[in-house]
Design a protein around this ligand. Structure first.
Ligand code: NI
Length: 176
């Protein structure tokens, strides 16, 4: 395993739609996922998409820590994921991104999504995700399409350095 270099906003790999993995790519996928897991653990985030480590392939990993609310999820890999929103109004929630270090923002996302894809063994998997689980999958799938969270925002007052937001409080306080 290896800790990989994380691309930061401004690197063109983050704006490029990623290529799907093929059935024969499984050994390559396993190595990539193992390296991404080590990189994520080192960086201390909750999700990472392959383009963030300069691999323009449709692979992502994420986890849902217990303190984020909802059902906690262990580290999970999704290959060639497809998501579909469950109809409903968008919800704002705080996000950060290892490719945009130091900053945080309240980003509108679908409250719930249906997701499908392949697991690390190449087996089809699918489900419905709500809350933070739905948010982290939407954030990581966006990376596979060359989309970073600021491109989803409409109110940039809700973006700032994490340290300052912690110090002065969230401008969203009291809102859902
Ligand atoms: Ni990100």
């Amino acid at each position: 395993m290896a800790i990989l270099k994380i691309a930061r906003m401004g690197h063109p790999v983050l704006l490029r739609p990623a290529e799907p993995m093929a059935a024969g790519d499984l050994p390559q996928v396993r190595k990539l996922v193992a390296d991404m897991a080590e990189t994520l653990a080192d960086a201390g985030g909750v999700g990472l998409a392959a383009p963030q480590v300069h691999e323009s392939r449709r692979v992502l990993i994420y986890l849902v820590p217990a303190e984020r609310g909802g059902e906690p999820r262990p580290l999970t890999a999704l290959i060639n994921p497809v998501i579909e929103p469950v109809p409903g109004p968008p919800v704002l929630g705080w996000e950060g991104c290892l490719s945009i270090p130091g900053l945080r923002a309240a980003v509108p996302r679908h409250r719930a999504i249906r997701w499908s894809g392949l697991d690390i063994n190449g087996e089809p998997v699918s489900g419905v995700a709500h809350g933070f689980h739905a948010r982290v999958i939407q954030h990581e799938v966006d990376h596979l399409d060359g989309v970073l969270y600021p491109m989803r925002m409409s109110d940039f007052r809700l973006m700032g350095f994490g340290e300052e937001i912690q110090r002065f409080g969230s401008p969203l306080e009291g809102e859902g």
